[in-house]
Design a protein around this ligand. Structure first.
Ligand SMILES: *[C@@H]1O[C@H](CO)[C@@H](O)[C@H](O)[C@H]1NC(C)=O
Ligand SMILES: *[C@@H]1O[C@H](CO)[C@@H](O)[C@H](O)[C@H]1NC(C)=O
Ligand SMILES: *[C@@H]1O[C@H](CO)[C@@H](O)[C@H](O)[C@H]1NC(C)=O
Ligand SMILES: *[C@@H]1O[C@H](CO)[C@@H](O)[C@H](O)[C@H]1NC(C)=O
Length: 647
């Protein structure tokens, strides 16, 4: 900075004449009037004389302070140099010259100022729209500051003007400042902030010292309106790529940082580019991605959630067992290897109608493939056969731009019915004559159609399988074929059983009716009337005696009837009848009882074993008739034998 020296000429010129001197002896001083110098400058005061051959010079200040300068005398000239000018040079300087007996004196005031630097503008912080900021305008090393005026302007408008009139005791250079607090608005962007300092050195002279600093208002805007655009979608499939672009408004333009939120809450920086591209994504890449716009004055964040779906397999339908009409069955629909399962929806449908659905609301922080399932218990009916059971899994997508992803499995229902209503038809009858054929036909309802199994029930309770045909035919039956036959209707889900009792009979034949010891006995003898059967099982043997127009049934034991001490009235026709479902045989004999004169003839009973070949004799039923013997009965009956046979 060039040094300045202000030299003021004019009315303030002062001349002291201490002595009246001759015209010839004169004193001059240069500069002639007041000198105003800035601290640090170099100034010289020159005193010169005329009319004296060897003048003697001396310098002093009016109040006899130190000169603070260097004096050089050269002939008729004396120079006082102040270099550099300091506060100690602010004096009225006097030059005295003595020539022999004459003495002349001239004086000059030296005024000092300090105003070395332009003002400084300081801000309390970055300028942000809406945020108060304090502007300080600082003017360093000023003297005399009571003449200083500082004005602060924003744009072309004065914001504040201040002067510093209070006078200090001590001379010193001081730094003075002005402070203004204001809140920037959008319109302030680009305006100039001006700090103007004026030092009025001389009130009379209107040439003040002015220094000015201009600062363009650099207004900042904290990042805001951070926006993320995602292409193609935040919902992705494994292997997909995604490009995310982030923008953020602010002044200066924010820098963009992309990071990913880790499970532990920390952030992992991914990129400092506005555009982030992720390729070949995997399920583990699902999560929250964060874009941050950052500039000097702030930051703004925006998050986006990416879901990389894994939906690797179709749902699986499983039944707890075969479907049986009327039996509860549990069907489960499993969705294996799915991610994420948050908002996974599983639906079970029968035909068009939804039987059950479930939405899984779960924490997505766990990044693993899981199997989710839906279970339902229902009671199938035969009407369900042929209907389609559908298990549908839907994985919704965040944005509505895509249909939810879905997969389904189907199964056609087949409802089984356990065998029931098993019936047996026997042709011609369950009781047959030996040698005839019989058809036993079995049927059973069920789904699938039951298989028929014919067996015979053995005496130990076991079943002896005979046929898997519906009709069991026995040709030329024998008595041993009699017994219990079992038909079973069998399918996967059950057995239904029906029994039938088959009876094979033989018509009675070879019936023999005898009287022992003879058909002709004497009164008092013991007679045994006995009926034996050759072949007949279950034969009802009935012993009868003809009485009048009817018969009297006799109480017989094993077909034998014993007459102790036969009387005359025991004579008569005895008949034996053997009958079953397939035949009838009759035999009859006539017992002749002869009267005797004396009672000397006794019957000596012999033990006779009467044996009936059949083990199946049915004991005679009917009434027991007791005939009291009548002692006075006389006479005899003629023997008549009649025989009838009917098969
Ligand atoms: C404001 O000052 C600028 C220069 O700083 C000038 O170009 C402009 O015309 C001024 N505007 C007004 C309204 O004074
Ligand atoms: C940002 O993208 C540019 C090209 O678009 C690339 O050259 C640069 O390496 C990227 N910087 C980072 C940090 O990824
Ligand atoms: C048994 O069935 C067969 C075949 O249907 C038939 O020819 C036969 O006459 C039947 N027998 C009886 C006794 O019904
Ligand atoms: C079942 O019936 C078929 C003919 O319909 C016959 O050939 C077969 O021998 C029968 N099986 C039995 C065990 O009766």
């Amino acid at each position: 900075m060039p040094r300045k020296m202000v030299v003021i000429f004019g009315a303030s010129n002062i001349l002291w004449m201490v002595f009246a001197v001759s015209q010839a002896f004169k004193i001059d001083i240069f500069p002639e009037s007041k000198i105003i110098a800035q601290i640090g400058d170099s100034i010289s005061l020159t005193c010169s004389t005329t009319g004296c051959e060897s003048p003697s010079f001396s310098w002093r200040t009016q109040i006899d302070s130190p000169l603070n300068g260097k004096v050089r005398n050269e002939g008729t000239k004396s120079t006082l140099t102040m270099d550099p000018v300091s506060l100690g040079n602010e004096h009225y300087y006097l030059c005295t010259v003595i020539c022999e007996s004459q003495k002349l004196e001239r004086g000059i005031p030296v005024e000092i100022y300090s105003f070395p630097k332009d003002p400084e503008i300081h801000l309390s912080g970055p300028l942000e729209v809406g945020k108060p900021v304090t502007v300080t305008c600082l003017v360093p090393d000023v003297y005399p500051y009571e003449r200083l005026e500082i004005e602060l302007l924003k744009g072309n408008r004065s914001v504040k003007t201040q002067d510093f009139l209070e006078v200090s005791e001590m001379k010193s250079q001081e730094t003075k400042s002005v402070e203004v607090t204001f809140t920037p608005i959008d319109e302030d962007i680009g305006k100039a902030l001006v700090c103007q300092a004026t030092l009025h050195i001389n009130e009379i002279d209107s040439q003040p010292q002015v220094r000015k600093t201009t600062k363009k208002l650099q207004v900042y805007i904290s990042p805001k309106d951070t926006v993320i655009s995602v292409n193609p979608s935040t919902s992705l499939q494994e292997g997909d790529s995604v490009t995310m672009t982030c923008t953020s408004e602010g002044l200066p333009a924010p820098q963009i940082f992309w990071s990913k939120k880790l499970d532990n809450g920390n952030l992992q920086l991914l990129s400092e580019n506005a555009t982030l591209t992720l390729i070949a994504m995997r399920m583990e890449d699902s999560g929250i991605y964060m874009c941050e716009g950052v500039n000097l004055v702030g930051k703004d964040r925006k998050e986006v959630k990416l879901i990389v779906q894994a939906f690797l397999r179709d749902p699986e339908i499983e039944m707890s067992g075969l479907l049986v009409s009327g039996n509860p069955v549990t069907v489960s629909c499993k969705v294996p290897d799915v991610y994420p399962f948050d908002r996974l929806e599983i639906e079970l449908l029968k035909g068009e109608s939804i039987m059950k659905n479930k939405i899984f609301w779960e924490d997505v922080s766990k990044k693993s493939l899981e199997t989710k399932s839906l279970e339902l218990t229902f009671i199938p009916t035969t009407e369900d056969t042929g209907k389609v059971l559908v298990c549908l899994a839907k994985l919704p997508i965040d944005e509505m731009e895509f249909e939810p992803k879905q997969r389904q499995s189907t199964q056609i229902l087949y409802v089984n019915v356990a065998p029931r209503d098993t019936t047996i038809l026997i042709s011609p009858s369950s009781i047959l004559e030996e040698g005839r054929s019989v058809n036993m036909t079995c049927s059973s309802d069920g789904l699938p159609a039951p298989k028929i199994l014919w067996s015979r029930l053995l005496s130990n309770g076991d079943l002896q399988p005979l046929s898997e045909n519906t009709t069991l035919t026995l040709t030329s039956t024998k008595m041993e074929d009699s017994g219990i036959y079992v038909c079973e209707g069998i399918n996967q889900v059950g057995i239904s059983r029906k029994e039938v009792k088959l009876i094979i009979q033989v018509a009675p034949k070879d019936i023999r009716l005898t009287a022992f010891p003879s058909e002709s006995v004497k009164e008092g003898d013991t007679v045994i009337i006995s009926c034996t059967c050759g072949n007949v099982p279950q034969t009802l043997i009935i012993l009868k005696k003809k009485a009048g127009s009817g018969y009297i049934v006799l109480k017989s034991t094993d077909g034998a009837y014993t007459i102790h001490r036969a009387q005359l009235e025991d004579a008569g026709v005895y008949e034996c009848e053997s009958k079953n479902e397939v035949g009838l045989q009759l035999r009859s004999i006539t017992l002749d009882v002869k009267g005797r004169e004396s009672n000397k003839h006794y019957f000596s009973p012999e033990l006779l074993v009467l044996y009936c070949a059949s083990s199946l004799i049915i004991p005679a039923i009917g009434m027991i008739i007791y005939f009291a013997r009548k002692a006075n009965m006389k006479g005899s009956y003629s023997l008549v034998e009649a025989q009838k046979s009917k098969v």
